[in-house]
Design a protein around this ligand. Structure first.
Ligand SMILES: Cc1cc2nc3c(=O)[nH]c(=O)nc-3n(C[C@H](O)[C@H](O)[C@H](O)COP(=O)(O)OP(=O)(O)OC[C@H]3O[C@@H](n4cnc5c(N)ncnc54)[C@H](O)[C@@H]3O)c2cc1C
Length: 79
């Protein structure tokens, strides 16, 4: 399957969907799953975003996965 085609289709469908906001050039720096806070680098500045639900889809070096692993380690330390 052509990846460009797939990416374009997914972006188009997401863009058409109500309540979906697509943003670019937001690099996820840190993901605090315990507090639901995502830290992004946007144009060289750090920006925090609060989230009720976080879905990790940031690939093989996922910051979301790192955040989850930190939280699981912390929970297993305090229990
Ligand atoms: C050379 C190559 C060939 C492949 N060929 C095939 C194939 O033929 N068939 C197949 O099934 N699989 C193939 N794969 C594997 C496939 O590409 C991956 O399994 C798949 O892309 C993983 O999807 P994903 O959505 O988890 O991550 P990705 O497709 O990697 O998407 C992650 C997204 O998150 C973004 N991102 C990453 N880090 C951050 C960050 N810190 N902040 C913000 N955004 C971020 C990236 O820019 C990207 O848009 C191939 C992989 C490679 C490298």
């Amino acid at each position: 399957m052509d990846r460009n085609w797939l990416n374009e289709r997914l972006l188009t469908e997401a863009d058409r969907t109500e309540n979906v906001v697509v943003v670019f050039e937001h690099k996820l720096l840190k993901c605090d799953v315990t507090r639901g806070v995502l830290t992004f680098i946007v144009k060289g500045n750090e920006t925090n975003v609060n989230a009720d639900i976080i879905i990790g889809a940031d690939g093989v070096y996922s910051q979301v996965r790192s955040g989850l692993m930190r939280a699981v380690k912390y929970i297993s330390c305090i229990t």
